[in-house]
Design a binder for this molecule. Structure first.
Ligand code: SF4
Ligand code: SF4
Length: 181
């Protein structure tokens, strides 16, 4: 079954335009501080700029999903004659580096597209990047309305934890009997 649409938000990066000013890190950490704008600490930012001024390398990377294990396939990249380190373009908070971890608790940080209260129409890092190295993009994607197997399992597990597995089984049996009748 089809029909529903979902809004996909992304930030495209133009590394050639980034000058490593760190304005994006400052505003992100300030927006996510508690109370809001009470402090700014780039270590708490959900966007970090990989900087190597001698090689003229600046790569803004915003935080994606948490990865429970280190990945095996790491590569160096050479683009336009510049050599980028392994992991330079990776958005995951992962066990092998400190990037995208809350400094006090070690909890992973993830970009929320500045949707936390008050939700921003345009992500703040994009607004604050005067060099236009960060380009915001919104698009709509059609999604299946069918319940995904994973969602179903998570829902059933939560119900089983709350009401007990046997009670859930009884209800399902009763429901299936009434459907037959
Ligand atoms: S604000 Fe823009 S130019 Fe400055 S570091 Fe961030 S991405 Fe680069
Ligand atoms: S979109 Fe918002 S939360 Fe995500 S990196 Fe930019 S400022 Fe931080």
């Amino acid at each position: 079954m089809k029909g529903k649409k979902r809004k996909i938000k992304t930030i495209n990066i133009d590394v050639d335009k980034c000058v490593g000013c760190m304005a994006c890190e400052v505003i992100c950490s300030a927006f996510h501080s508690s109370p809001k704008y009470s402090s700014n600490n780039p270590a708490r930012s959900r966007i970090r700029v990989i900087r190597d001024p001698i090689a003229d390398i600046y790569v803004p990377v915003y935080a994606g999903e948490y990865a429970v294990a280190e990945c095996a396939g790491r590569d160096k990249y050479i683009i336009d004659g510049k050599e980028y380190d392994e992991c330079a373009f990776c958005r995951a908070s992962c066990p092998s580096r400190d990037l995208f971890k809350e400094p006090d608790s070690g909890l992973p940080l993830k970009c929320d597209m500045c949707e936390s209260d008050p939700a921003q129409e345009i992500p703040l890092c994009v607004k604050w990047c005067l060099n236009e190295a960060l380009i915001y993009e919104e698009r709509e994607e059609e999604i299946e309305e069918e319940v995904k197997q994973e969602d179903l399992e998570i829902g059933l597990e939560a119900l089983a934890n709350k009401y007990g597995l046997n009670n859930i089984k009884d209800v399902i049996e009763r429901l299936s009997e009434s459907k037959k009748g």
